[in-house]
Design a protein around this ligand. Structure first.
Ligand code: ADP
Ligand code: ADP
Length: 542
């Protein structure tokens, strides 16, 4: 080993030729002997949105606490912390010098949006209006409330808000403040694509129009790309050390991330690259029909919400992506297929064995992860299962934990594993990207795709992460209508037709990065945006 890692080398996929420069220097902070060490700090800049891209657990919160002045960096000397003067000396002549001087003088005010919005109801009793009224330091609250469509829930108890509503309220609360430095730990969880784009634009406005410093951690790559001016990559070994690199351009940062190799750092973070296709996959020649379902209607109560489904077919051995705004009936459709819900009109009795991972995962029996998974499949522990399921979903580290002690991301990975491990005709995954960091999404996507190919399985995936849908799906089913009022489920169609339907509803077009072909959201009303809308090509090259 190189003497840094506590346990095994995290880079065993490659041969270490050179220790990265960052790790040859002293850390910014070390929590104690053999405790977590942090190398490098992000650089907030006035008028800019700075992003951090990397997995959870490698010190992003630690770095932010230092930038907020809550944690005094000890430069590795945990026994005898040298104090702010020494920290300032260490950063003299760097871009952080002025910022650190301000932190030392107590001159930096910070507004923060926490990562886990689900915990807000435990900390606050009252309704949305009461939560927000203390935050209106810039006189912009009304504007934010409208842009984020929070108005309808202003008088609702925080306890009763959905995840997506909580996320938007938390964003409004942070952005309404008058601070020097804003730290937003993920802006997309629970939001649909339209809401994600709006959130990203509001963050940009605050940087551009009010000259604020914004720092954002985000795992949805399409949104991160839209959001940031510069990007720090974060890598390391959870619990042992974390490195935050010097800033890169957003384009280079994301391209290097997808390639799995950080150029300046000479650091491989993944053995292989992630590739996007410029052209939509062909579907004509594919698969027999697994099942045909008829037109269906489902309405709740006195018709508060109604979903109309246009009948269609699901093909054997395809991955069918399902997209559409929140509250439009996607989960309702899933439950009609599984038989958990009876349609109001039509016959949804499909006579299929369906393995279903619901949107809100509630596996919290008093049972260990390994016991739970081995109760689902007798493949548990086989080399095939280990390579295809346990490894990509990073289950090794949590096998001996109790289901009830798992974090959101851990629970999600166990639930995906459980869903895929079952024997079924159809695998249905509702929002597998939720709570996963960027690298876990990449690995989960790969696991689901490989599973479909190797097991000749048919998979339906509902998700809002456009990169995940692109990498997974062969065809697409698009939902539209008016959220919480009426939804329509379209017939499954080709990726190209589906993306065009979906994105034209949202009025968003994508271009392709020249080097990697990855999709990038166009600026509204840019030349490409107007051209593509005129030609009706919102996503794929014709
Ligand atoms: P992230 O925000 O990237 O998820 P954190 O900065 O919260 O990561 O944590 C990074 C590592 O530092 C974790 O392994 C955590 O256990 C460790 N850590 C955080 N706070 C302390 C502390 N006060 N003492 C010792 N270790 C800590
Ligand atoms: P999506 O999965 O697209 O976000 P859902 O299918 O979960 O949408 O919900 C669609 C609409 O139906 C929402 O307005 C939701 O509040 C409502 N709804 C869902 N389940 C019920 C139910 N059991 N009773 C009444 N309304 C419901």
């Amino acid at each position: 080993t190189c003497g840094i890692c506590v346990e095994k080398c995290p880079f065993d996929a490659i041969e270490i030729i050179n220790l990265p420069q960052e790790l040859q220097d002293d850390p910014v902070h070390r929590y104690g002997e053999n405790a977590f060490s942090m190398y490098g700090l992000p650089v907030p800049q006035e008028g800019q949105v700075t992003g951090i891209l990397g997995p959870n657990g490698i010190g992003k919160t630690t770095a932010v606490r230092m930038l907020a002045g809550e944690l005094e960096p000890n430069l590795g000397n945990y026994a005898d912390p040298p104090g702010w003067e020494a920290v300032l000396d260490a950063y003299r002549g760097t871009e952080l010098q002025d910022y650190i001087a301000d932190v030392r003088d107590g001159d930096v005010t910070v507004a923060r949006k926490p990562q886990y919005v689900d915990q807000i109801p435990n900390q606050f009793d009252g309704n949305t209006r009461e939560l927000l009224e203390h935050t209106d330091e810039r006189g912009e609250l009304d504007y934010l409330v409208d842009r984020l469509s929070i108005r309808p829930v202003m008088d609702q108890a925080i306890d009763d808000l959905s995840g997506g509503e909580l996320q938007r309220v938390a964003l409004a609360a942070a952005l309404a403040r008058d601070a020097d430095f804003y730290f937003l730990d993920e802006i997309t969880p629970y939001l649909d694509i339209g809401q994600r784009v709006t959130a990203a634009r509001l963050v940009r406005e605050l940087a551009e129009e009010d000259d604020k410093s914004m720092l954002v951690v985000e795992h949805d790559l399409a949104i991160l790309d839209l959001l940031c001016d510069t990007l720090h990559m974060a890598y390391g070994e959870p619990g042992a050390y974390g490195v935050i690199t010097d800033p890169k351009s957003v384009r280079n940062g994301i391209n290097e991330y997808l390639k799995g190799y950080l150029e300046n750092e000479n650091m491989r973070i993944r053995p292989d690259r992630i590739e996007f296709e410029e052209h939509a996959p062909r579907t004509e020649s594919q698969g027999d029909t697994l099942v045909t379902y008829p037109d269906l209607r489902k309405s709740y109560g006195d018709g508060e919400f109604a979903l109309d489904v246009s009948g269609g077919e699901i093909r054997e051995n395809e991955v069918l992506g399902i997209v559409g705004p929140n509250g439009i009936g996607k989960s309702t459709f899933a439950k009609l297929l599984t038989g958990d819900l009876e349609p109001t009109e039509g016959d949804a009795d499909l006579d299929l064995d369906i393995s279903y991972k619901p949107q809100y995962v509630t596996i919290d029996q008093p049972m260990r992860v390994d016991a739970f998974l081995s109760s689902i499949t007798d493949q548990f522990g086989s080399s095939y299962w280990n390579t295809e399921i346990a490894q990509p979903l990073q289950l090794d580290r949590i096998m001996e934990q109790n289901l009830s002690d798992l974090s959101g991301g851990e629970r999600q990975r166990v639930a995906i594993a459980a869903c895929l491990s079952d024997t079924a005709d159809l695998y249905l995954l509702d929002e597998p990207s939720a709570h996963l960091d960027v690298e876990q999404r990449v690995q989960a996507t790969r696991a689901i795709r490989r599973y479909a190919e190797q097991q000749d399985a048919t998979v339906l995936v509902i998700d809002h992460d456009i990169y995940m849908i692109d990498l997974l799906a062969d065809r697409l089913m698009v939902f539209d209508g008016e959220p919480a009022v009426a939804g329509r489920a379209g017939t499954p169609q080709s990726m190209r037709g589906g993306m065009n339907d979906f994105l034209s509803n949202l009025e968003i077009t994508f271009r392709r990065d020249e080097r990697t072909s990855r999709p990038r959201i166009n600026k509204p009303d840019s030349q490409l945006d107007r051209e593509q809308k005129r030609e009706g090509e919102y996503y794929y090259a014709p």
